[in-house]
Design a protein around this ligand. Structure first.
Ligand SMILES: Nc1ncnc2c1ncn2[C@@H]1O[C@H](COP(=O)(O)OP(=O)(O)OP(=O)(O)O)[C@@H](O)[C@H]1O
Length: 556
């Protein structure tokens, strides 16, 4: 747990200024509370001393304290306000950066779907686990720093009058400060169970809802509901175990502060009468410390939760990258001829090889029709060409340069892929299209839509290019969504296009019309057309069939 927590702190290094300022404000605010109680104790001792005819010095202390009381009383709420402001700004900045960092790590690691965890669970990690990290700062570091400052100041103030009393007061309070931190690693295990159960519950809810039509069509509603109930019960049991631990921690902390308070009362009663002022001061300070320390049991629970959340985040973020970028990537070559030589590839060591010595040439401007039965490896070939996966042996070159030496982002500027199940995102048509070409003008968007045979339909919509697609493109039919995704790929400036079943979901006439216009749409680019069958209008420069992990010439 400690390792994960320190790693989070290292991740937040860039915000050290804000984070430190927040801690400083919290310490100031807590110390102003201590000052208030010290002054109050002095005023009361002064008043008692005046009544009992005590030395003028003690009475004088009381009057001076009275003068200081008002500015400190005014300062405290201001310090509190600034503390909240600064600590929340610091948390906001640190968490925003953590979310982006984590998203980036996932995006590098999951493109090929290997090791992809349940969608709901991942969503939970990105949102809830990152959110739990705010506890590390707001509920652990900030209150612990403030409580430490209070205990140390209290020991120094009381110690100046009586070192013995300072020890009676400070030792149990120091124990109350440290105890929740010592208990946190054990609580982190309970916290991990809670986080795991939350992830499972989220998956149980998100999965049947994202595939709601399939769930309902299979009459799976009751089964899905039963799974949600079962995961909910597991979560409740894990939360009870965590709450029980937190309750024990809270009780112990409160016991220790009582011990400190009783200790100084006993000291005051047992000592001679001149020590009344010191005793009173100690009692007041014990109250101040009790207030600061009352947050510590919650800090222990928050530390446990943040430790568990950090562990889950790093576990997902540290999944090995399927194809790490080279440390010094080569510049993109000028040409875009593709060549695969002796490529062997299996998705996992225990899975059969998809390719076994695959050779394939795609000269510049070629149009290769790649056929093959389901599962032959057509999409796998596309994954290799975009570096979502890397061959175990053999080489793939682009313009004569091994793609292993290129940065993936550079390569993907040259090679674009219309995947078999290309998604539309919950945004406007224009925004969906501009994913492939952020700078594209409206005229270019319309040209791509026309080439994909969907321009007329979009023109007929009242909001035109600003029409919202809905999540996953649900506001369009399957075939319409396919054509929009195709338009997006056509917009890409890449010089090699891999079109995986580009006409899937189109009716026979539209399919024929689209494939017949490929010439215009592809002008000058190389195209790998992945198809189940040829309909005779594609005019490929070569037809290849994937069989037994190799590409062999076919006649159509
Ligand atoms: N991400 C993946 N992880 C593990 N195995 C995979 C993955 N993608 C594909 N496979 C496996 O690799 C083999 C080739 O699959 P691929 O999707 O490339 O075939 P395909 O020719 O595109 O099939 P289809 O025509 O049905 O789309 C299959 O046995 C498949 O189970």
């Amino acid at each position: 747990m400690r390792h994960d927590v320190f790693r989070v702190l290292r991740l937040w290094r860039g915000h050290a200024g804000w984070l430190t300022a927040g801690v400083a404000m919290a310490v100031l605010s807590a110390l102003s509370g201590v000052a208030l109680l010290v002054l109050a104790a002095r005023v009361i001792s002064g008043a008692v001393a005046q009544g009992s005819g005590a030395p003028v010095l003690v009475v004088g202390f009381g009057i001076t304290a009275l003068l200081w009381l008002r500015p400190v009383m005014l300062f405290r709420p201001v310090a509190r306000y600034l503390e909240r402001l600064v600590t929340h700004e610091a948390t906001f900045r640190a968490l925003a950066q953590t979310r982006v960092w984590f998203f980036g790590r996932l995006a590098q690691r999951l493109p090929a779907g290997l090791g992809l965890r349940r969608a709901g669970d991942l969503l939970g990690r990105l949102v809830a686990d990152v959110e739990a990290l705010d506890g590390l700062y707001l509920r652990v570091i900030v209150p612990a720093a403030a409580a430490l400052a209070v205990v140390v100041t209290m020991a120094l103030v009381v110690g100046a009058a009586s070192p013995g009393l300072a020890a009676i007061l400070a030792l149990p309070l120091a124990a109350a400060l440290v105890l929740p931190m010592l208990l946190a690693p054990a609580a982190a295990r309970a916290g991990a169970e809670v986080a795991e159960a939350q992830g499972a519950l989220r998956s149980a809810v998100v999965e049947p809802l994202t595939g709601l039509e399939d769930t309902l069509a299979a009459n799976g509603e009751a089964r899905a509901a039963a799974r949600v109930a079962a995961e909910g019960a597991t979560l409740a049991a894990a939360q009870t175990r965590l709450a029980r631990r937190a309750a024990w921690g809270g009780a112990m902390g409160s016991l220790l502060t009582q011990v400190a308070l009783l200790g100084c009362l006993a000291w005051a009663l047992a000592s001679r009468d001149h020590a009344v002022a010191t005793g009173l001061l100690a009692v007041f300070l014990a109250f101040a410390a009790a207030e600061a320390l009352s947050l510590m049991p919650r800090a222990g629970a928050a530390l446990a939760a943040a430790g568990a959340a950090a562990h889950r985040l790093f576990e997902a973020a540290d999944t090995p990258e399927p194809v790490p970028d080279p440390s010094a990537p080569a510049p993109l070559p000028k040409g875009h001829a593709l060549r695969l030589s002796g490529v062997t590839f299996a998705w996992a060591p225990d899975r059969p090889a998809v390719f076994d010595g695959l050779d394939l040439d795609v000269p510049e401007g070629a149009r290769i029709a790649l056929l093959g039965p389901s599962g032959a490896g057509k999409s796998t070939l596309a994954a290799l060409l975009l570096k979502f996966a890397a061959p175990q042996s053999g080489s793939i070159t682009l313009g004569g340069i091994d793609i292993a030496t290129l940065a993936a982002a550079d390569l993907r500027r040259r090679v674009a892929w219309l995947t078999q199940d290309a998604r539309l995102f919950d945004d406007s048509i224009a925004a969906n299209l501009r994913l492939a070409a952020p700078e594209a003008t409206e005229a270019e968007l319309w040209r791509a839509l026309d080439r994909a045979q969907i321009g007329d339909l979009i023109r007929s919509l009242p909001e035109g290019l600003e029409t919202q697609c809905g999540e996953g493109g649900t506001r369009f039919s399957g075939g319409q969504g396919r054509r929009l995704a195709l338009a997006r790929t056509l917009l890409s400036p890449a010089s090699v296009l891999i079109l995986d079943e580009p006409a899937a979901g189109l009716d026979a006439d539209t399919e024929r019309a689209f494939l017949a216009t490929l010439d215009e749409a592809m002008a000058g680019r190389s195209v790998i057309l992945i198809l189940h069958r040829l309909i005779g209008v594609e005019r490929p420069t070569r037809i290849l069939r994937l069989v037994g992990g190799r590409a062999i010439p076919a006649t159509g």
